[in-house]
Structure formats: C-alpha cells, structure tokens
Design a binder for this molecule. Structure first.
Ligand code: IMP
Ligand code: MG
Length: 187
C-alpha cells in the first residue's frame, strides 16, 4: 500500500489513486446482519459455505465466524480459458472435493459485476444435485449486471466504479486493505 503524504486516507497502486469508500467497521456490521439472517434461514440445517477464491476469502472468513449454526466451509477457484468459444471466456470450477448431493450450498463471492461468473458457477453446481443453492455476495453493482440475477444475501449495492480492498485486488495487490476504496474520478 502506498499512503500519500498529507492525504492520509488515500492509497495509490500502480499510479492510480483510490479514496476511502466503505470502512472496515461498516463492513463488519453488515456481515453480522447477514450472518444473523443466515442463522434464521438455515436453522436446523448444516449448510456448506463455498468461498470463491481469491477475492472472497476475507468476507467468507468473517461471515463464517459470525454464523452460529453448524456449518462447513470449502474453497473453490474458477479457472478461465480464453478464446475457446465465441462468447470469450469459459470458466471451470477447480478444487471442489465435496459431494454436493443433498447439501445446502451457500456460494460466497466478493463482488458481482456483470454476473457472468456467478451465473456460470450456479449452473455448474446445480448439476451436482445439491438440495439448495444460495448466493452471498459482499458487493453488487446492479447497473453492470448483464444477466438476470438476484443474489440472496447482498452486503452493499454500489455504483459501477472500480473498487479495491477487503479481498478485492488491482493486479493482485490491495487485497489486504482493511477498508474498501474506490478509484478516484479523474477530472
Ligand atoms: P462478473 O463475472 O462480471 O460478475 O465479475 C466478477 C469478478 O470480477 C469478481 O469476482 C472480481 O474478481 C472482478 N471484479 C468486478 N468488479 C471489480 C472491482 O470493482 N474491483 C475488483 N475486482 C472486480
Ligand atoms: Mg471473485
């Protein structure tokens, strides 16, 4: 992280300036609210949280710690292949070792932008015969959505601008920021 002198709260990465957007405390409050909802919705069940690496790991860790029903967690990654079809990227689920048959699955994502990633993931996981699939995303950019999607748990609905921090990266960096920052609008 590169903190700028005199503008203590801004950060720069790769020459781009980002301004504070959502504080760690605000994020934690919202995660607690989502966890309380999940406790209610899954009372008497034992859901399997599926954290989509890499960006969702801080959200998944805090959310998982905040629920108090019996639950399990596992991690998957989506591998992208370029140019294998006219539609561009084809994504394949990597690292799924659990048998999803009859399981109540909660996909944990960092952010839904166009919705392409989560749509493909839900389709792939449905084929594995789970009892149910719900989606928890920390962030949603509704104006960017290109697919009809209604995630079940949404932390924050945000404008379609690039953000970093709390798991979200710029070329692999900034995931370790405690807060979320938004790219500064160049004037
Ligand atoms: P989608 O398939 O277009 O919904 O894209 C979702 C993925 O794009 C996320 O899992 C992120 O990895 C990435 N992404 C989308 N918006 C942002 C952003 O503002 N900052 C960092 N990564 C983003
Ligand atoms: Mg992601």
């Amino acid at each position: 992280m590169r903190k700028q002198k005199g503008t203590m709260d801004k950060v720069t990465y790769n020459g781009l300036t980002f301004e504070p957007y959502i504080t760690h405390e605000t994020i934690q409050c919202r995660i607690n609210e989502i966890a309380a909802q999940i406790n209610k919705d899954y009372a008497g069940k034992q859901p399997l949280f599926l954290c989509v690496l890499t960006g969702a790991f801080p959200f998944a860790a805090d959310l998982f710690r905040s629920v108090d029903i019996d639950a399990e967690i596992s991690f998957i990654r989506l591998k992208s292949y370029e140019g294998t079809s006219t539609s561009g990227k084809v994504k394949e689920v990597m690292g799924l070792t659990e048998d999803l048959t009859g399981r109540d699955v909660i996909i944990v994502e960092d952010i839904i932008d166009t919705g392409a990633t989560i749509k493909k993931l839900v389709e792939d996981l449905k084929a594995k015969n789970p009892a149910s699939i719900k989606v928890a995303t920390l962030l949603l950019k509704p104006e960017s959505l290109k697919h009809k999607l209604e995630p079940d748990y949404v932390g924050f609905t945000i404008e379609p601008k690039f953000i970093i921090g709390f798991g979200l990266d710029l070329d692999g960096l900034a995931r370790n920021l405690r807060d979320i920052y938004q790219l500064r609008q160049e004037s």
